[in-house]
Design a protein around this ligand. Structure first.
Ligand code: FAD
Length: 390
């Protein structure tokens, strides 16, 4: 039986040696530390806090940022890291994406020098954990113009009121970035809300059917006082929030590739083990056709995100580029995980065979960081010149 490998065009091997080593270290970490416990934590809806120091040893948080203790590697490597994580457990890659991308990224792109010096080094070491609060109970796709959480300047402080929904890591994070509309100039501003602030309450969202290991919270801000020094000094409007999302959306496209690749590899292995009619099911023509269709999609997805990261490294990435990859890769991911599950037959719905978790988790990746429709509209606006949002 040939080795199981979803990187058919060997894109990983194009990374320079030192970056390829990091990719393979992440793979080894995920297989050794996460794979054996992934279903159990997912089933219980708990986060394995004990893995955080071990993950820190990989030295991969804030991977592309320059300075502040961050390693300054390529966006391409960052993509491969997201892919390797999601290939084993999309919940873990989501936890990491919130920390390294959304939370650290907000500070890196929108913070003052002091804020970067205070937060980025300990966050890089995963000694401090971050969260990112943008979505609200009544405002998801429409956040650009519709945020209802407010901030009001009172002397040297700001007072925040409102709610945030779906906020990953926020039940245990040391800080949460909160985006709120200024009652004065109506612009969106960002704030670092520290753990223990009496005006900040985070309640865990129960009953999720996807990414159950990720701790998502409903946050309530009641006269939550934040000093002016904790306002993100370079975030002056939603355009600055969008800068963070542009970067992280590319990461979500890579996550979709990882989720699809993990599912395809599980299916390929299973079809070689499982026998029907006295032969491995992998020997049947219809099964091979399905596997090859999946591999074609997977390879197209990989080459797409590969180029996306090259554009990021070349500083020519636009919103619509990231959005197209998010739409295409999450659509193909959904199809690949569904077909992979079907190849497991009845066993495909038993958690212990892993594939059921991939099917469920793919649903969240499909919807978060902008749904398929919203990302399509971003691309549609770019190619037609007409905005269809309102
Ligand atoms: P809605 O906006 O209510 O959309 C419902 C449906 O209507 C979708 O199909 C949508 O595409 C469609 N729709 C809406 N407007 C249009 C339109 N103009 N044209 C066509 N169709 C339209 N947010 C954070 O801030 N921080 C986090 O850490 C975070 N983590 C998340 C983790 C998970 C597991 C999930 C599920 C979500 C998370 N989110 C987070 C929120 C996420 O980004 C939103 O769920 C997403 O943006 C969609 O918003 P919504 O759920 O309110 O859906």
């Amino acid at each position: 039986i040939p080795p199981i490998n979803g990187d058919f065009y060997e894109l990983g091997k194009t990374l320079p040696g030192h970056e390829r080593d990091i990719q393979l270290r992440v793979r080894e970490f995920m297989e050794r530390e996460i794979k054996p416990i992934a279903n159990d934590y997912w089933n219980r809806g708990e986060f394995p806090m004990q893995i955080i120091p071990k993950m820190a040893e990989l030295d991969i948080a804030g991977l592309t940022y320059q300075g502040y203790g961050c390693p300054g590697h390529s966006a391409l490597l960052e993509g491969f890291v997201a892919m390797e994580m999601a290939r084993i457990d999309t919940s873990i890659s989501t936890f990491f994406g919130v920390q390294s991308g959304l939370a650290m990224g907000s500070i890196y792109l929108c913070g003052s020098e002091e804020q970067k010096k205070e937060w980025l080094p300990p966050m890089q070491k995963l000694e401090k954990i971050g969260a990112f609060g943008l979505t609200e109970p009544e405002v998801g796709s429409g956040v650009a113009g519709g945020l209802t959480t407010t901030c009001k300047r009172e002397g040297d402080a700001w007072v925040l009121n409102g709610q945030k929904k779906w906020i990953g890591n926020a039940t245990f994070s040391d800080m949460t970035i909160i985006w709120a509309r200024d009652l004065e100039d109506q612009q969106v501003k960002g704030f670092i809300v520290r753990k223990g602030n009496p005006g900040f309450k985070a309640e865990k969202l129960e009953d999720k059917m996807a990414l159950r290991t990720v701790q998502n919270a409903l946050i309530t801000l009641t006269n939550c006082e934040v000093p002016e020094t904790d306002r993100l000094q370079e975030a002056n409007s939603f355009k600055d929030t969008a800068k963070v999302l542009r970067m992280t959306r590319a990461g979500v496209a890579w996550q979709a590739v990882g989720c699809a690749r993990g599912a395809y590899e599980l299916a390929l292995a299973y079809t070689n083990e499982r026998k029907q009619f006295g032969r491995p099911i992998a020997s049947f023509q219809l099964v091979q056709d399905l596997l090859v269709t999946m591999l074609g999609d997977l390879t197209a997805m990989q080459t797409m995100v590969f180029r996306l990261s090259e554009m990021q490294d070349g500083d020519i990435l636009k919103d619509e580029h990231a959005s197209l990859a998010k739409v295409f890769c999450t659509l193909r991911m959904r199809s690949i995980v569904d077909n992979s599950r079907a190849l497991f037959g009845g066993n495909g719905i038993l958690l212990r065979h892993d594939i059921a978790r991939f099917v469920a988790d793919a649903e969240a990746v499909y919807s978060y960081e902008g749904t398929k429709e919203i990302n399509s509209l971003i691309v549609g606006r770019a190619i037609t010149g007409h905005s269809a949002f309102v």
